[in-house]
Ligand binder design. Sequence first.
Ligand code: HEM
Length: 257
Amino acid sequence: MLPNLKEIGDKITQNDVWKSIFRHRYEDTSRNRMLQVLSNVWLHIHPTTVTKGNINISFTWCLGGLTFFVFLFETLTGVLLMFYYTPDVNRAYADMLDLSNNAIPLGRLLRNTHRWAGHAMVITVCFHMLRVFLTGSYKAPRQFNWVVGVILLVLTLLLSFTGYLLPWDQLGYWAITVGTNMAGATPFAGYQGPFAELFGFTIDNDIRFGLLGGTSIQAPALLRAYVWHCIGLPAMAGGLMMLHFWRIRKDGFSGQL
Ligand code: HEM
């Protein structure tokens, strides 16, 4: 005898566990459709209704959307690069050469697209910020989202900077030297900065020490740049992007007609 699919479906959906996760019914009514969207962590980013004006190509040129797309692309190519790159001072540069010389299948394509898309993300995020500024979209009620955006901009620049260090070539080595020396001269954080004495900062307990994992540039510095680049910064940026998109939905998009 064929199983009664409706009965099986009812058994799965008509219990407290299922209902605690999916808080909507399934009849095709506009209320249920709306509840499905609103109670879904991914779909609630989208509006439940879309007006004609919403789908016009607008003055935003989707620059924020492009930045997000490039971020996803970077995540994908970055994970693939992690299979071939070792964050070890004796191997990192050789691994990059292997990638660039196609000792690894499609290695050069992978490395170069990751690098160029990194540059593209910095450019698109700057243009996105310029657009938001020029259209006055930073004003109430979107001022909080502007601040979230500023943090996203800083994270984008830090992602770009930490990625630049990873090949451990001369450019990367001297960039980490200059960057961490700047951190060492930062007010309230670095041992050479203003108020260092007040807070008791010395060469072995300030922010530069934390970034390098030591007082000079050695193996721990590369490992720390790698962990920030591959885990810390993308996780923070991803979380803030969710907040950013949720706020756009809550505040209403300024270009809505
Ligand atoms: C990784 C960085 C960022 C991503 C992925 C991102 C993504 C987005 C997206 C998809 C939108 C919808 C409209 C559009 O596409 O233009 C948007 C809107 C907005 N963004 Fe960003 N953004 C980022 C950085 C920034 C920065 C740096 C700022 C400003 C400092 C900012 C401020 C805003 C504001 C205020 C809105 C609402 C604009 C409106 O309603 O017209 N965002 N963002």
